[in-house]
Ligand binder design. Sequence first.
Ligand SMILES: *Cc1c(COP(=O)(O)O)cnc(C)c1O
Length: 390
Amino acid sequence: MAKGVIGQSLMKITERPPVVFVRGEGSWLIDREGNRFLDFVQGWAVNCLGHCPPEIVRTISAQAQTLINASPAFYTDRMLELADKIADCSCIDRVFFANSGAEANEGAIKLARKWGALHRDGAFEIITTENAFHGRTLATMSASGKPQWEPLFEPKGSGFVKVPFNDLGAIERALNSRTVAIMLEPIQGEAGVVPASRDFLVGVRELSRRTGVLLILDEIQTGIGRTGKAFAYEHAGIEPDILTLGKGLGGGVPLAALGAKEFVCCFAPGEQGGTFNGNALLTAVGSAVLDAVMRPSFLEEVARKGDLLKNRLSDLSTRLGEGEVRGEGLLIGWVLTRADAGRVVQNAFKRGLLLNAPRQNILRFMPALNVSVDEIEKMLSILEAAMAES
Ligand SMILES: *Cc1c(COP(=O)(O)O)cnc(C)c1O
């Protein structure tokens, strides 16, 4: 078929602006006409070190000349190295590598159910929260709490019970002998950057321990330094039994991980796997990302720039009579009093700024973790102009 219209051979799954990106440099994306866009989306909090960071470029080219893929049924030096690094910097003991966040969460659901079959008399129900986002496979859609998804692709998976977010009493009431786990995001990203309160997280941890059910934290968006700590659970001083990672872990390549404490690790051979899982090329990149994020003072810098972004947005919000600025580190949401966040995103785009509106009245900011103060200031001035025009 003739290739005249942009995207005519792609399945239409979202409305994309009519530009074609060909290059990325740090906080900037460049289209084929040479226009530069300041990127505060970064592939949905994926490119944690920005576009084409030297650490990742070097790692990919060196690893590509050494070993790209062995088999998920063999050890490679890179797979072992990254698993050790994740275990060293987090509360979990073992990891299973996956290629997407949804796949890691799907694995978490399977692991919890297997553990329930072995240790909780066949308990299988997982309590999840309203407006949660856990992925787009059938099971992770079922675990998610997006109201628009309710009628889609029926029948989805069963065994998920939804409760309001930040409501400990509702979890307590939903718990029963079939419950095997509680699954949460420490900050609901897709819902519009809604943080779990510290009391809620501490309460859920205490409740799950007391009742013998597992706590699964989905840190696919919040993990790997996004909130100014390596993992968001650290802010609340708690530890999950199962932890899922994705997005920032690969810094732009498809890499995710399901992690668990030793006592939960109960997959028998053949029950879990995947052709590309733990691929040497991708795990090498994950290692380079972790080295960069865990080096001294990197996370302090993320926290400092996060505070700066939050304070400056709060000032702007006060000045313009807009709403709350919330979130942690470099995952920030701004609530607008008017329901035209999509319009602001479009106007910002015309001015060379990439932003995201997860809800009609919410803007989300998730720049590279190494974004500069100048880039933050530049973003704010374009944003203010885009707001004025909207
Ligand atoms: C992005 C995201 C997912 C899904 O990850 P994919 O890589 O898109 O499958 C799951 N949970 C959370 C919290 C996310 O932000």
